[in-house]
Write a protein that binds this ligand. Structure first.
Ligand SMILES: [Zn+2]
Length: 283
C-alpha cells in the first residue's frame, strides 16, 4: 500500500501533508445553511447523506526540528464510534512519519489547532501516555479553558482522555493570541468554529503557507458564507474569513485545509460573485 504524503518547499522549510485516514460526516451539517442542491455540486453524499472527508495533519521541518500540526483522529471510540463516522484508517499519521524515516519520539513540537477529537485525538497513545513524549503541545489558553468547561453543544467534541495526560505531564505550551513559535512560524487565533481555534502561518523567504484549521475545512468551503453547521459562532467565522483571506490571497499563500479529501495544498482565487474560491495549488 502506498502512503499518502504530499510535500512542498516553503523557503528553507519542507512541509509534508500527511493523513490520519478518512471519515464521513453529514453533508447538511458540514455545509450549514447552504442547500444540498448547491453543495452536492462539490461533493456526492452517500446513502446516509454523509460526505467523504480526510484528516490532514501537517509535518513542518524547519531549522532541524519536526513540527507536527494536528495529531489526528481519536482511535479509541470503539465500534459504534467507528461506524458512525465510517472511519477508514488504512493510512495513519504514524505510517506517514515512518515513511519519512521518523518516529513519534522525533517530534519536537506539536500544534493543536483546537482540541476536538478529530484534530487532537492522537495526543495520547492507547496506553494513555503522550504520543509525542519529546514535544511541547501548543494550544490556545481559551481552547484549553473551553475544553474544560463544556456545555451541551460542545461536550461531544472534547474527550478528557487525550487532554488530561498532556496536562498532567506538563507538556502543554499555552499561548494567548497570536504568537511566534519559531522565526517565521506563528500561530494565529481563528475564532468562529469555536473561540479558541488557532491556525498556523509559515512565512519563509517571501513565501507563505497557512494551515487554516476548521475556518475552512475543505476546498468546497471557501465561499464566504459556506460555514459549517457545527460552528458555534458562524458570524464570527464570517468575520475571521473577511479579516484574513484578502491578505492571504495577496501574499499568494498556499492554503492547507484539515479535511479536504483530495487536495493537500490549495490557492485562493477571487470569486466573481465576491469572496474567494480554493483550487489545488500549482506544484
Ligand atoms: Zn475538524
Amino acid at each position: 500500500m502506498s502512503t499518502w504524503i504530499q510535500s512542498r518547499q516553503i523557503g528553507p522549510a519542507t512541509v509534508h501533508s500527511l493523513t490520519d485516514g478518512q471519515f464521513r460526516l453529514d453533508g447538511g451539517a458540514m455545509f450549514g445553511s447552504v442547500p444540498r442542491a448547491l453543495w452536492e455540486r462539490a461533493t456526492t453524499p452517500d446513502e446516509l447523506n454523509r460526505i467523504r472527508l480526510r484528516i490532514n495533519p501537517l509535518l513542518i521541518q524547519l531549522g532541524g526540528e519536526n513540527i507536527l500540526v494536528e495529531t489526528g483522529m481519536w482511535d479509541q471510540g470503539g465500534e459504534k464510534f467507528e461506524a458512525m463516522y465510517a472511519l477508514d484508517r488504512d493510512e495513519t499519521v504514524f505510517r506517514g512519519l515512518d515513511a519519512l524515516g521518523l518516529s513519534p519520539d522525533d517530534i519536537h513540537l506539536v500544534i493543536n489547532t483546537h482540541l476536538h477529537f478529530d484534530h487532537a485525538g492522537r495526543n495520547v497513545t492507547t496506553l494513555g501516555d503522550p504520543t509525542f513524549p519529546n514535544a511541547r503541545y501548543v494550544v490556545q489558553k481559551q481552547e484549553l479553558h473551553d475544553a474544560r468547561h463544556t456545555h451541551e453543544r460542545s461536550r461531544a467534541s472534547y474527550l478528557p482522555a487525550y487532554i488530561d495526560p498532556i496536562e498532567h505531564a506538563g507538556l502543554f505550551e499555552i499561548v494567548d493570541g497570536e504568537h511566534e513559535l519559531r522565526p517565521g512560524l506563528s500561530v494565529l487565533p481563528l475564532p468562529g468554529h469555536n473561540l479558541g481555534q488557532q491556525g498556523v502561518v509559515l512565512r519563509q523567504d517571501g513565501q507563505t503557507l497557512v494551515y487554516v484549521a476548521d475556518l475552512i475545512p475543505t476546498l468546497a468551503h471557501a465561499p464566504t458564507a459556506y460555514i459549517m453547521g457545527y460552528d458555534l459562532y458562524p458570524v464570527t467565522t464570517l468575520d475571521t474569513r473577511k479579516r484574513h483571506l484578502g491578505q492571504w490571497f495577496e501574499e499568494g499563500a498556499v492554503i492547507c485545509t484539515p479535511h479536504d479529501p483530495d487536495t493537500a495544498f490549495a490557492q485562493l482565487h477571487p470569486n466573481p460573485k465576491g469572496g474567494f474560491t480554493l483550487n489545488p495549488a500549482q506544484p
